[in-house]
Design a protein around this ligand. Structure first.
Ligand code: SAM
Length: 247
Protein backbone atom coordinates (compact mmCIF):
# COMPACT_ATOMS: atom_id res chain seq x y z
CA UNK A 1 0.00 0.00 0.00
CA UNK A 2 1.03 3.61 -0.45
CA UNK A 3 2.78 4.77 2.73
CA UNK A 4 5.96 6.18 4.17
CA UNK A 5 7.93 3.12 5.31
CA UNK A 6 10.34 4.00 8.15
CA UNK A 7 12.98 1.38 7.64
CA UNK A 8 15.85 0.40 9.95
CA UNK A 9 19.18 -0.38 8.26
CA UNK A 10 22.30 -2.17 9.63
CA UNK A 11 24.56 -0.50 12.25
CA UNK A 12 27.64 -2.33 10.95
CA UNK A 13 27.10 -5.87 9.75
CA UNK A 14 25.38 -5.48 6.39
CA UNK A 15 23.33 -8.65 6.96
CA UNK A 16 21.42 -7.05 9.83
CA UNK A 17 18.45 -5.96 7.74
CA UNK A 18 15.09 -7.70 7.77
CA UNK A 19 13.70 -9.68 4.84
CA UNK A 20 10.71 -7.38 4.95
CA UNK A 21 13.02 -4.35 4.78
CA UNK A 22 14.88 -5.74 1.76
CA UNK A 23 11.63 -6.60 0.00
CA UNK A 24 10.31 -3.09 0.59
CA UNK A 25 13.53 -1.50 -0.68
CA UNK A 26 13.15 -3.58 -3.83
CA UNK A 27 9.65 -2.29 -4.59
CA UNK A 28 9.78 1.27 -3.20
CA UNK A 29 9.16 4.06 -5.74
CA UNK A 30 11.89 6.06 -4.01
CA UNK A 31 14.17 5.88 -0.99
CA UNK A 32 14.55 9.02 1.12
CA UNK A 33 17.95 8.85 2.79
CA UNK A 34 20.32 10.82 5.00
CA UNK A 35 23.30 10.34 2.67
CA UNK A 36 22.76 9.12 -0.88
CA UNK A 37 26.29 7.62 -1.20
CA UNK A 38 25.86 5.59 1.94
CA UNK A 39 22.41 4.28 0.98
CA UNK A 40 23.37 3.50 -2.62
CA UNK A 41 26.17 1.31 -1.26
CA UNK A 42 23.67 -0.62 0.85
CA UNK A 43 21.29 -1.02 -2.09
CA UNK A 44 24.13 -2.09 -4.39
CA UNK A 45 25.16 -4.75 -1.90
CA UNK A 46 21.72 -6.32 -2.41
CA UNK A 47 21.54 -5.69 -6.15
CA UNK A 48 18.80 -3.09 -5.74
CA UNK A 49 18.61 0.13 -7.74
CA UNK A 50 15.98 2.73 -6.73
CA UNK A 51 15.66 6.51 -7.13
CA UNK A 52 17.06 8.26 -4.04
CA UNK A 53 15.84 11.45 -2.36
CA UNK A 54 18.36 13.29 -0.13
CA UNK A 55 16.65 13.88 3.24
CA UNK A 56 19.06 15.19 5.85
CA UNK A 57 18.41 17.27 8.96
CA UNK A 58 18.77 20.60 7.05
CA UNK A 59 16.05 20.01 4.46
CA UNK A 60 13.53 17.84 6.30
CA UNK A 61 10.67 20.31 5.80
CA UNK A 62 11.06 20.72 2.03
CA UNK A 63 11.64 17.01 1.60
CA UNK A 64 8.50 16.29 3.63
CA UNK A 65 6.46 18.33 1.13
CA UNK A 66 7.99 16.42 -1.79
CA UNK A 67 7.32 13.08 -0.12
CA UNK A 68 3.74 14.05 0.72
CA UNK A 69 3.08 14.98 -2.92
CA UNK A 70 4.42 11.61 -4.06
CA UNK A 71 2.44 9.67 -1.44
CA UNK A 72 -0.69 11.45 -2.64
CA UNK A 73 0.03 9.96 -6.08
CA UNK A 74 -0.12 6.52 -4.45
CA UNK A 75 3.62 5.88 -4.22
CA UNK A 76 5.51 3.81 -1.67
CA UNK A 77 8.41 5.76 -0.16
CA UNK A 78 11.06 4.24 2.12
CA UNK A 79 12.77 6.47 4.70
CA UNK A 80 16.19 5.37 5.96
CA UNK A 81 19.08 6.95 7.87
CA UNK A 82 22.78 6.13 7.56
CA UNK A 83 22.66 3.41 10.21
CA UNK A 84 20.07 1.93 12.52
CA UNK A 85 16.59 3.23 13.17
CA UNK A 86 15.57 6.57 11.61
CA UNK A 87 14.34 9.31 13.97
CA UNK A 88 16.35 7.86 16.90
CA UNK A 89 19.25 10.34 17.30
CA UNK A 90 18.90 10.65 13.53
CA UNK A 91 16.81 12.70 11.08
CA UNK A 92 13.33 11.48 10.20
CA UNK A 93 10.97 12.63 12.95
CA UNK A 94 9.91 15.81 11.11
CA UNK A 95 9.13 13.94 7.92
CA UNK A 96 7.09 11.36 9.87
CA UNK A 97 5.16 14.10 11.66
CA UNK A 98 4.40 16.01 8.45
CA UNK A 99 3.26 12.86 6.63
CA UNK A 100 0.94 11.93 9.51
CA UNK A 101 -0.40 15.51 9.66
CA UNK A 102 -1.27 15.24 5.96
CA UNK A 103 -3.43 12.23 6.83
CA UNK A 104 -1.11 9.75 5.11
CA UNK A 105 0.08 6.41 6.40
CA UNK A 106 3.41 5.81 8.16
CA UNK A 107 4.50 2.19 8.57
CA UNK A 108 7.58 1.24 10.67
CA UNK A 109 9.84 -1.62 9.56
CA UNK A 110 11.87 -2.48 12.68
CA UNK A 111 15.50 -3.52 12.79
CA UNK A 112 18.85 -2.59 14.27
CA UNK A 113 19.26 0.17 16.83
CA UNK A 114 22.59 0.67 18.58
CA UNK A 115 20.92 1.40 21.95
CA UNK A 116 18.89 -1.82 22.10
CA UNK A 117 21.74 -3.87 20.65
CA UNK A 118 24.08 -2.62 23.40
CA UNK A 119 21.50 -3.14 26.16
CA UNK A 120 20.82 -6.71 25.10
CA UNK A 121 24.45 -7.79 25.59
CA UNK A 122 25.36 -5.39 28.41
CA UNK A 123 24.89 -7.74 31.32
CA UNK A 124 23.18 -4.94 33.25
CA UNK A 125 20.21 -6.22 35.20
CA UNK A 126 18.30 -2.95 35.62
CA UNK A 127 14.73 -3.61 34.56
CA UNK A 128 14.27 -0.09 33.26
CA UNK A 129 16.36 2.21 31.14
CA UNK A 130 16.31 5.80 29.96
CA UNK A 131 17.56 6.62 26.50
CA UNK A 132 19.56 9.84 26.61
CA UNK A 133 21.39 9.64 23.27
CA UNK A 134 24.01 12.33 22.64
CA UNK A 135 24.97 14.65 25.51
CA UNK A 136 25.49 18.38 24.78
CA UNK A 137 28.95 19.04 23.35
CA UNK A 138 29.65 21.97 25.71
CA UNK A 139 31.22 20.69 28.94
CA UNK A 140 29.10 22.81 31.31
CA UNK A 141 25.79 21.81 29.77
CA UNK A 142 26.93 18.20 29.64
CA UNK A 143 27.85 18.21 33.35
CA UNK A 144 24.55 19.85 34.34
CA UNK A 145 22.67 17.18 32.44
CA UNK A 146 24.71 14.38 34.03
CA UNK A 147 24.07 15.84 37.51
CA UNK A 148 20.35 15.83 36.80
CA UNK A 149 20.58 12.11 35.95
CA UNK A 150 22.68 11.11 38.98
CA UNK A 151 19.73 10.00 41.13
CA UNK A 152 17.90 8.09 38.39
CA UNK A 153 17.29 4.47 39.39
CA UNK A 154 17.19 3.31 35.78
CA UNK A 155 20.05 2.28 33.51
CA UNK A 156 21.12 5.21 31.30
CA UNK A 157 21.91 4.84 27.60
CA UNK A 158 24.16 7.33 25.83
CA UNK A 159 25.55 7.68 22.31
CA UNK A 160 29.04 9.09 21.95
CA UNK A 161 31.51 9.94 19.21
CA UNK A 162 35.05 8.54 19.53
CA UNK A 163 36.82 11.89 19.90
CA UNK A 164 34.92 12.63 23.11
CA UNK A 165 34.90 9.24 24.79
CA UNK A 166 37.63 9.97 27.36
CA UNK A 167 36.20 13.35 28.43
CA UNK A 168 32.70 11.95 28.66
CA UNK A 169 33.71 8.97 30.78
CA UNK A 170 35.64 11.32 33.12
CA UNK A 171 32.57 13.55 33.43
CA UNK A 172 30.39 10.51 34.19
CA UNK A 173 32.81 9.44 36.92
CA UNK A 174 32.48 12.91 38.48
CA UNK A 175 28.68 12.83 38.29
CA UNK A 176 27.94 9.22 39.24
CA UNK A 177 30.93 8.19 41.41
CA UNK A 178 33.28 5.18 41.04
CA UNK A 179 30.97 2.35 42.18
CA UNK A 180 28.41 2.00 39.45
CA UNK A 181 28.85 -0.35 36.53
CA UNK A 182 29.58 1.16 33.13
CA UNK A 183 29.39 -0.69 29.84
CA UNK A 184 31.43 0.53 26.88
CA UNK A 185 29.88 -1.06 23.79
CA UNK A 186 32.10 -0.32 20.82
CA UNK A 187 31.82 -1.10 17.10
CA UNK A 188 28.74 -3.28 17.60
CA UNK A 189 28.21 -5.92 14.90
CA UNK A 190 31.55 -4.92 13.29
CA UNK A 191 34.94 -6.62 13.07
CA UNK A 192 36.35 -4.99 16.20
CA UNK A 193 33.24 -5.23 18.35
CA UNK A 194 33.93 -5.05 22.06
CA UNK A 195 31.59 -4.90 25.03
CA UNK A 196 33.38 -4.11 28.27
CA UNK A 197 31.67 -3.87 31.65
CA UNK A 198 33.50 -2.57 34.73
CA UNK A 199 33.16 -0.24 37.71
CA UNK A 200 32.99 3.36 36.53
CA UNK A 201 36.08 4.13 38.63
CA UNK A 202 38.11 1.64 36.57
CA UNK A 203 36.91 2.85 33.15
CA UNK A 204 39.40 5.75 32.55
CA UNK A 205 42.34 3.40 33.24
CA UNK A 206 40.91 0.70 30.99
CA UNK A 207 40.47 3.18 28.12
CA UNK A 208 43.95 4.66 28.62
CA UNK A 209 45.64 1.24 28.61
CA UNK A 210 45.12 0.75 24.85
CA UNK A 211 44.29 3.50 22.33
CA UNK A 212 42.37 0.96 20.22
CA UNK A 213 39.81 0.91 23.03
CA UNK A 214 39.07 4.59 22.31
CA UNK A 215 38.35 4.09 18.59
CA UNK A 216 35.08 3.66 16.76
CA UNK A 217 31.47 4.24 17.64
CA UNK A 218 30.27 3.86 21.22
CA UNK A 219 27.16 3.21 23.19
CA UNK A 220 27.78 3.96 26.88
CA UNK A 221 25.50 2.39 29.47
CA UNK A 222 25.48 3.28 33.15
CA UNK A 223 23.84 1.17 35.82
CA UNK A 224 21.01 2.95 37.65
CA UNK A 225 21.52 4.53 41.09
CA UNK A 226 21.06 2.04 43.92
CA UNK A 227 17.76 2.19 45.78
CA UNK A 228 18.61 3.94 49.07
CA UNK A 229 18.02 1.71 52.12
CA UNK A 230 15.61 4.24 53.61
CA UNK A 231 13.43 3.86 50.50
CA UNK A 232 12.89 0.18 50.84
CA UNK A 233 9.43 -1.06 51.61
CA UNK A 234 11.01 -3.75 53.81
CA UNK A 235 12.53 -1.35 56.31
CA UNK A 236 9.24 0.57 56.53
CA UNK A 237 7.43 -2.68 57.29
CA UNK A 238 9.94 -3.71 59.99
CA UNK A 239 9.80 -0.28 61.57
CA UNK A 240 6.02 -0.48 61.74
CA UNK A 241 6.14 -3.88 63.47
CA UNK A 242 8.72 -2.62 65.98
CA UNK A 243 6.65 0.48 66.73
CA UNK A 244 3.65 -1.70 67.49
CA UNK A 245 5.71 -3.77 69.94
CA UNK A 246 6.99 -0.73 71.80
CA UNK A 247 5.27 0.17 75.08
N1 SAM B 1 19.65 5.83 14.58
C1 SAM B 1 20.77 5.09 15.05
C2 SAM B 1 20.28 3.91 15.89
O1 SAM B 1 19.11 3.63 15.91
O2 SAM B 1 21.10 3.24 16.52
C3 SAM B 1 21.76 5.99 15.80
C4 SAM B 1 22.41 7.02 14.92
S1 SAM B 1 23.47 8.12 15.75
C5 SAM B 1 23.72 9.40 14.57
C6 SAM B 1 25.04 7.36 15.70
C7 SAM B 1 25.52 6.91 17.08
O3 SAM B 1 24.94 5.65 17.37
C8 SAM B 1 27.02 6.71 17.19
O4 SAM B 1 27.70 7.90 17.53
C9 SAM B 1 27.13 5.69 18.29
O5 SAM B 1 26.98 6.31 19.56
C10 SAM B 1 25.88 4.84 18.03
N2 SAM B 1 26.22 3.73 17.13
C11 SAM B 1 25.82 3.55 15.84
N3 SAM B 1 26.31 2.40 15.35
C12 SAM B 1 27.05 1.84 16.33
C13 SAM B 1 27.83 0.65 16.45
N4 SAM B 1 27.94 -0.19 15.42
N5 SAM B 1 28.45 0.40 17.62
C14 SAM B 1 28.33 1.23 18.67
N6 SAM B 1 27.61 2.38 18.62
C15 SAM B 1 26.98 2.68 17.48
Amino acid sequence: VSALYVLATPIGNVCDISLRGLHLLGIADAVACEDTRNTSQLLQRYGISRPLIAAHQHNEREVADKIIARLQQGERIALVSDAGTPAVSDPGARVVQAVQAAGLQVIPLPGASAAITALSASGLTDERFQFIGFLPSKARQRDTELQALAAAQTALVFYEAPHRIIDTVDAMLQAFGPQRQIVLARELTKLFESIHRCALGDAPGWLAADTNRQRGEFVILIQGAPVAEGDSADSDRILKILMEELP
